[in-house]
Each structure stands twice: as C-alpha cells, then as structure tokens.
Design a protein around this ligand. Structure first.
Ligand code: GLA
Length: 387
C-alpha cells in the first residue's frame, strides 16, 4: 500500500513541482445482496484494502490536469469544457460535472492517481475513482458536503457520464466503510447499520476470472428496466410500494402471465434476495458462518438461473468452491458477466484451496485466474504518512 502511495506522490511532485494532499479511496466487496440496491433492497458491503491513491492540489487556474499512472494517460482541459470522454476520464469529469451542477465555486486542480484495484474485477474501481476525486475536491475546496452526500453525488456522476444506472451500494461502501465491519445498507432509506465482521478462523478470498464480457453495461441497465416493469404491475395489483413489501414469491404468481416469464424470474430473484440478505445479516450477528455461507450459494444460483447475470467462468469457480468442504460460501460478486467470485474459506485450508481452484480454472479455460485475500478497511479518507 505504502509503496503505491509513495509512487503517486512522487509522480505528482515531478509533474507539478509541489507537495500534494494524499487520499486513499477503496474498492468494495459485497457479502450478499446483489442487484437489489437499485430495487430498494438491503446489501452487505464493506470497503477493502484494494483501491486507488490520489495526490491532489488546487492549482489557482481554471484547468483540470489529471494523470492516471496505470493507464499512462492524462487529461488537461478547462473547467468550462467538461464533457463526456472515454474510460476513466468519464468518472473524473462526471464528478466535476456534478459539483458544477450544484453551482459550487469552480476551482482548477492537479491530480495524479494510481492503485491496485483490478479494473473490471467487480470490486468497483469506478466508485473508488469517483470517491477519491469527490472527497479530495470537497476537502480542498471546503464544500462541506457530508460523506453520504458525496456517495449520492458519485452515483449521479455514474448515471450521467458513463451512463450506468447503478444503485448506491458501491459509492456508499466507498465513503462509509469501516474497518472489520460490513454495512447492512438499506438502499431505500440510504442508511446503514454496522455489523462487525466476526469471521474468526476464516478468510475472504476473491478469485478473479480475468474475463469481463462486454455486455455488462447494457445488460445491467436492461435488468433494471425489467425490474421496473415487474414492479409497476405489482404496485398496481398488490398495492405495495417496493419489492421489500412482497414477503413470498407466491404472492406474485397470479401476475406471472402479464409479467412474462423473464420479468417474473427477475422479480422473483429480487424478492428472494432481499429476504435472504436480511436473514444473512441476522446469521452474521449470531456468528452462524455456515448458515451465512449456505445463503451465499443460494444467491449465486439465483443470479445464474433467474437473474441471468452469470457466465460459464463464474459458474465453474463457484462449482469448484461448492465441492470443497473448506469453503463456507461462494458466489459471483458485483454486476456479473465476469469479474470475481467471493469465497469465505477456512483459514487453514485457504492456501490449498487457492492452489486447487487456480489449477482447475487454468485446465478448463487456459486462463491464469488471480486471487486476493482481502481485509475490510475504512472508507475514503486523507492519508498521512512519512516517507
Ligand atoms: C454494480 C453496481 C451496484 C450494484 C451491483 C450489483 O456494482 O454499481 O450498484 O447494483 O453492480 O449488486
């Protein structure tokens, strides 16, 4: 961690010839509660020790100068010329664009960033990028916005520039994350309860398929539309306000024809996943890790069969995990169509499990998967360190 921060700081000093302010903005895991954040559900994410370091300073001009070490690309443009651009630039400019909409005083800034969060790995590198820029600007310009406001601003940035109609989970976990704690986030009320992550004797291991099927963005928005269609019917017929008011999939059966099979399946998953996440949070509080893991496997099945956001690489990894007694729970994590699986594994078997699964994956797909043991850490914040 320290080396990456030092590298970012050194690159900034070389480019801009001054001392920067330093920030760390983490990626996230999500234990359970997938694809329900934009469906008024509950999710259980935490910030992790994989993320992005930022070196930033205001530059007393009307220009943004921003350099990505990992992409070896930079942008340099006047604040008045903010517009959509490709890849990482969209996230940086998207955030500035949202600040501008609030009519906060515009100030130019210099920034260098770089990190260790795998792009497209489902750990939300995009929210980490949005979070670092928004937190840094909020502090440097003294905008006095709260962490929650910054999370919501990041979400709007993602809706408006990259045009992914994401929920609030990633940006919220990025801002509100707390060491060794997961957040039971109520996505309807945008508030959370801290749940201490007591999983003594277990590791959280992510296995990165190293594939990222390009449908991810368009299919994501499509799922959202399908859920909206189903919910409109349920609201009318069942007089409910949101999916969380349905307590059993059976209640939806009379409307299956009108919904159509696909929409019915999507809605069934959402209803079940909301109930499952609430139950999982109770199990975690009661230290019932095995019961919790069982629910993770169920979530994967739902994401595969009903929500259809899995792929053969993810299913393969979860099947192998399922065959291993030392794995307590496993499932695809994040948006799907590639990226990582999240596995809760007994500590003493973690190394042998990783070896086994990487080998099996290589034999099947001829791809070297990556693995990360992750720790749950605090959300975005200022870094202070001595060289
Ligand atoms: C992406 C989105 C989140 C959430 C997950 C799926 O990470 O950014 O808002 O919807 O997918 O749970």
């Amino acid at each position: 961690m320290k080396e990456t921060a030092a590298k970012v700081k050194a690159a900034f000093k070389e480019k801009f010839n001054e001392e920067p302010h330093l920030y760390y903005s983490p990626g996230r895991i999500n234990l359970i509660g997938e694809h329900v954040d934009y469906n008024d559900g509950f999710v259980l994410p935490g910030a992790i020790d994989k993320g992005i370091f930022f070196a930033m300073a205001l530059n007393n001009s009307d220009k943004i100068n921003c350099y990505s070490i990992d992409f070896d690309e930079h942008i340099s443009l006047p604040l008045s010329a903010i517009q959509k651009m490709e890849s990482w630039k969209n996230y940086v400019l998207g955030v500035v664009n949202e600040f501008q909409k609030l009519e906060l005083p515009d100030e130019g800034f210099n920034c260098v960033f770089g990190g260790n969060i795998p792009i497209g790995g489902g750990m939300s590198s995009s929210a980490a990028l949005e979070g670092g820029i928004s937190f840094g600007l909020n502090e440097l310009c003294n905008f006095k916005m709260s962490r929650k406001e910054l999370a919501l601003l990041g979400q709007r940035a993602e809706h408006n520039f990259p045009a992914v109609k994401c929920g609030i989970m990633d940006q919220y976990a990025n801002m509100m994350g707390k060491e060794e704690t997961v957040l039971l986030l109520d996505c309807k009320n945008v508030s959370h309860e801290d749940i201490p992550l007591h999983i003594n004797g277990h590791e959280i291991i992510l296995i990165n398929t190293k594939v990222h099927h390009s449908l991810a963005g368009s299919e994501y928005n499509q799922r959202r539309k399908e859920c909206e269609k189903g919910l409109a019917i349920l609201k009318r017929e069942l007089k409910i306000n949101s999916f969380r008011d349905v307590h059993d999939v059976i209640e939806m059966l009379p409307y299956k024809n009108e919904m159509g099979e696909k929409v019915f399946n999507r809605c069934s998953f959402v209803v079940e996943e909301i109930l499952r996440t609430k139950k999982a949070a109770e199990l975690l509080k009661a230290n019932d890790i095995s019961g919790f893991g069982e629910l993770m496997f169920q979530t994967h099945d739902g994401l595969k069969d009903l929500y259809e956001v899995s792929c053969k690489e993810l299913d393969f990894l979860v099947n192998i995990a399922c065959e291993n007694k030392e794995v307590i729970g496993a499932r695809l994590m994040g948006g799907g169509f590639g990226g990582c699986t999240i596995n809760i594994v007994k500590e003493e078997s973690a190394t042998s499990f990783v070896e086994k699964i990487l080998k099996a994956y290589k034999d099947e797909f001829n791809i070297e998967a990556e693995n990360y043991k992750v720790k749950v850490v605090n959300g975005t914040g200022k870094l202070f360190f001595e060289e």
